[in-house]
Design a protein around this ligand. Structure first.
Ligand SMILES: [Zn+2]
Length: 325
């Protein structure tokens, strides 16, 4: 500001010094300082915005963001472990449980399906870390859904297992007379000669020879539908309806231990061996019906006999001898 200014004076034909007024000079000085200050401030703002210099608060925020990112990474690692465990459970569910109980496996796409329709992650968009946050949230949502599907599947399996257990307990599946009570297994299912006419005819049950009064046991859970002497040939006999199309029949009894309408469990004492009806000697004539047909009861003794006993019975039952009817 100390620069001296001149002006040309045509009167004196010479250059004359301009003497600035004092107030003007002060004003100029003030403008200079204000300008410098504003310029400096602008420079500082630009500098701060270009990350060259960070304030302590910014540095601490940056550290916090780094920490969040690390935590997200750790969470994703944990989710990976959960996904592995879930995949293992799903595999067992599809290939063991559901297979065993004859339920259709749940397809992979259904288990892993995300959520269609509206964008659930809109509120997470538009941030620097949106991609990471959305991916993690989505992963967790899928795990949540997988778990819900798996839980529902296990509920279904539980129901099927209960139903299967009921079915297994209902099927006539044990020998109706104790092995030690048997005199012998007299005759099996198939073509046999009639004890009375000696003619060859179909024998639709199995004959167990045992002394009169030997206990007879229900071969499966069910309800007694008959306990009377009104069917020709069978004499005093019991029929048990087991459900699922199964009926068992016990003939030629000397006495009953149950009444019609009574619910029985497998192994319950229902009556006693006798020789009533068309019978040659004391024995139990035992039949199994499935959907209205009499089938070979020997296929059902898996529950009560050892392999040797079963082998033995098979040998006797297959001999084409005379039945006791
Ligand atoms: Zn018979």
């Amino acid at each position: 500001m100390s620069k001296v200014k001149y002006y040309y004076d045509p009167d004196t034909l010479s250059y004359r010094k301009i003497e600035p007024e004092k107030s003007k000079r002060y004003r100029n000085i003030a403008f200079f300082f204000l300008g410098s200050f504003l310029f400096g401030l602008l420079g500082l703002i630009l500098l701060l915005n270009t990350n060259i210099i960070n304030t302590p608060r910014e540095l601490s925020l940056q550290r916090e963001v780094k920490n969040y990112e690390l935590q997200f990474e750790l969470l994703n690692k944990k989710m990976e472990q959960i996904e592995d465990v879930l995949a293992n459970i799903e595999d067992r569910d599809n290939n063991i449980y559901r297979l065993y109980f004859e339920a259709n496996p749940i397809p992979e796409e259904q288990r892993r399906a995300g959520f269609g329709g509206i964008n659930r992650y809109k509120s997470l968009e538009g941030f620097n870390n949106s991609e990471m946050v959305i991916a993690t949230t989505q992963r967790l949502d899928i795990i949540k859904k997988q778990m819900a599907i798996q839980s529902k599947s296990l509920d279904e399996i539980t129901k099927l297992a209960e139903e299967k257990e009921k079915l297994l307990m209902s099927i006539p599946a044990i020998q109706p007379i104790n092995n030690e009570d048997l005199t012998r297994m007299a005759s099996g299912y198939g073509w046999r000669s009639d004890p009375f006419t000696k003619a060859r005819k179909m024998h639709y049950g199995m004959d167990f020879t045992a002394p009169k009064g030997t206990p007879i046991y229900a071969s499966g859970n069910g309800e007694v539908t008959r306990a009377d002497n009104n069917s020709s040939g069978y004499g005093k006999h019991i029929r048990i309806d087991h459900g699922y199309g199964y009926i068992s029949l016990y003939g030629h009894l000397s006495n009953y231990n149950v009444k019609v309408g009574q619910k029985v469990k497998r192994g319950d004492l229902i009556g006693f061996v006798g020789s009533t009806g068309r019978s040659e000697a004391p024995h139990l004539h035992y039949e199994v019906w499935k959907d209205g047909d009499r089938i070979n009861p020997i296929n059902f003794y898996y529950g009560s006999l050892s392999p040797e006993e079963f082998e033995n019975m098979l040998k006797y039952a297959n001999q084409e001898n005379q039945s006791l009817d």
